[in-house]
Design a protein around this ligand. Structure first.
Ligand SMILES: [Zn+2]
Length: 237
């Protein structure tokens, strides 16, 4: 394949060396698919809920990740205790023991990042392989969502921004149209069956009950259906 490389860059984080290069690919041929588009809602309970009925779980709840997080917290505490213990006057000393523990901590942090990134790569590849005619995701109003402490932690841990970034470039690679629903589109408040808008929906309401047409549906599934409808209305124009 005709690939151009640019901007090689070497960095070191105290444990590993990283080599990054930019690659330039020729523009892809768009997929001429008659498939439906897919709306993807990112959530706290599950990571990604697709309008195509696929649900991808929150990997932070698995025992493997929980074990690593526990180890990470333990190492963090151990290191700060050691710093306190070896404090000379106002200055902190870095002992050989501290250096060793910090390397261990870095290794655990890397493991966690790798697990999460790998998971997002797998999901996004799987979604792209279904050859949807378009993909719709919500524009992350990160600042607004970050004000909610509970949500902010989940968003950071689950790497929502990273998910959107990867999904977007994979769409580009495969010639799939990527649509962003702007943050004022109330994907969770609208009934995906009749279009009625419910204003009093709380974050804790996990089930959407429409008082207009009587539809009862999982909140995130409803949001993903709405995102798909949003994409359809844009594609038509
Ligand atoms: Zn309804």
């Amino acid at each position: 394949m005709n690939v151009k490389y640019s901007n090689p860059h070497v960095s070191f984080d105290g444990l590993n060396w990283f080599l990054t290069v930019g690659i330039e690919l020729p523009d892809p041929m768009p997929i001429a698919s008659g498939n439906d588009g897919i709306g993807i809602d990112l959530g706290v309970k599950d990571l990604a809920i697709c309008s195509s009925c696929h649900i991808y779980k929150n990997i932070n709840k698995t025992s493997r990740v929980r074990r690593l997080k526990k180890k990470q917290r333990r190492l963090q505490r151990k290191i700060s205790r050691k710093y306190e213990k070896n404090k000379k006057g106002e200055s902190y000393q870095k002992t050989r023991n501290i250096v060793k523990s910090e390397k261990q901590l870095l290794r655990v942090t890397h493991r966690l990042t790798d697990i999460m990134t790998n998971y997002i790569q797998q999901i996004t590849t799987e979604i792209v392989k279904r050859e949807p005619s378009f993909i719709v995701m919500e524009d992350l109003n990160v600042t607004g969502m970050m004000r909610n402490k509970h949500l902010a932690k989940a968003i950071q841990e689950q790497k929502f921004a990273e998910f959107i970034r990867i999904m977007r470039y994979k769409c580009d690679w495969h010639g799939i149209r990527f649509i962003t629903a702007d943050r004022f589109y109330a994907s969770s408040k609208i009934c995906s069956v009749c279009g009625h808008k419910k204003d009093g929906l709380k974050l804790s309401d996990r089930i959407y009950c429409c008082e207009h047409c009587g539809t009862v549906i999982d909140r995130d599934k409803n949001a993903s259906m709405n995102l798909c409808h949003y994409g359809q209305s844009i594609v038509k124009h």
